[in-house]
Write a protein that binds this ligand. Sequence first.
Ligand code: ATP
Ligand code: MG
Length: 423
Amino acid sequence: MAKKIQAIRGMNDTLPEQTPVWQKLESLLRQVVSSYGYSEIRMPIVETTNLFKRSIGEVTDIVEKEMYTFDDNGDSLTLRPEGTASCVRAGNEHGLLYNQERRMWYIGPMFRHERPQKGRYRQFHQFGLETFGIATADIDAEVILLSARLWKALGIEQHVELQLNSLGSNEARALYKEALVEFLSRHVDKLDEDSKRRMTTNPLRVLDSKNPQVQELLVDAPKLSEHLDDESVEHFAQLQKYLDAAGIKYVINERLVRGLDYYNRTVFEWVTSSLGAQGTICAGGRYDGLVEQLGGKATPAVGFAMGLERIVLMLEELKLNDDVKSDVDLYSVLVGEGTDIEGFRISEMIRTELPHLKMMHHCGGGNFKKQMKRADKSGARLALIIGESELESGCVTIKDLQGKIEQQSIAIDSLVKVLPTYF
Ligand code: ATP
Ligand code: MG
C-alpha cells in the first residue's frame, strides 16, 4: 500500500462531526456583528512581509519567530499571522478610512509557526473586527459590549473574565519605558535570558513574562498607570463608566501589554480558566497610530480578534455543543420494485416544497435492514419508508428514529403538510 500523506503538524482538518459546532459559532458571530451594523471585509491570506514587520513590530514573538515567510520570485511574502494589518492595508489602499467612520469584521485562517499544543496551532482561525475614525471611548465600549453579547449568546458568559488596561499615549509610554528599564537594569540578576533581551529591545514585553521569578520582581516595578498622560486617564475612566453602566464586569490588569506593538490606550483580553495555559479567547485594543504608520492619514481605530479554535474547545469542554443539530433531518428508505424512480421524485418534491428540511436520499441499493442502518447512522430524526405495495395506494411510511412517535402511513399528497410538524 502506498504511504499515507499526513497534514502538516499544527494544521488541522475540521471533520464533518465537528463542523456543526463551527457553523453554529460562525452564524452567531455573523448575527451579532450584523446587529451592530458592521460590514464584512475579506482580505488575501498572503501579504508582503513588510506589512507585518511594519505594523506588528520587529521585536515581537510573531515577527521574530512565528511567521511563515517565503520568497516569491524575489518578493518576500508571508502567510498572514493576524488580520488587523491586512485590514488597515486594504482600508488605505481602497480609500475606506480617510475622513470616514468604518466598522468592519473578518473571519478566516491565520498562520503562526508556534509549538502546537491544545488551543495553539500553526493554522488557526480568527474572527476579528476593526473600527476606524472614532477616537472617543464609546467605541472602545461598543466593541467590548459586542464581544460580551457573543459570550452570552454562546452561553459561556459565566466562564470568561474581561481584563482591561490602558497603555497611554506613545509619549507617556516612552517615559514609562525609561523608568521600567532603569528599574530592570538594577535587577538584571533576577531576569531570565528572554526578559534580558526584551529589556533592551521591547521592555514592556517583560511585563507579561510567564516566569514566576520575573513576575515577583515586577511587583515592585514602576507602574504604567502612574505614568499615563491625562487624556488617556480620562479616556480610560470614561470607558469604565460605559462598562459599569452596561453591567459589564472587568478587572484591571496592569501587566496587560499585548504582544503587538501597534496598541495605545485601551487594551483588553477576555480570558477563561477552562482551557489551561491557552486562556485568552479574545484580545484587542486601540491602535490610533497604525493607519498613519502604514501610509494612510492619521485615523483613530479600535478592534479585537478572537481565536475560534479556543472558543470551540470551550463549547466542547462545557458540553454546550450538544444542542447542535444533525446535518440530516429525513432519510429515505426504498423497498421494492419501482421505488427508486418514485422515491427520487418524492425526495425532490420535499426539497422543493420544504427547502429548510435536510433530506438525504438513499443511494446505492441494498435491503431494508441495511438502509435502516444508514438512516440511523445519518443522524436523521425520521426515516421516510417508500415501499412498493404502499406506493400503489399513494402512501409512504414515516418512522421516528428516536421512537418518540408511532410509525404512521401518510398519503404522499399530505407529506408537505405533515412533515414540518415533526421538526
Ligand atoms: P497568546 O498569548 O495565546 O500567544 P497572542 O497574544 O499571540 O495570544 P493575538 O495575536 O492577540 O494572540 O490573537 C488573538 C487571539 O487569537 C488570541 O487571543 C487567541 O485566542 C488566538 N490565537 C493566537 N494565536 C493562536 C494560535 N497559535 N492558535 C490558536 N489560537 C490562537
Ligand atoms: Mg502568541
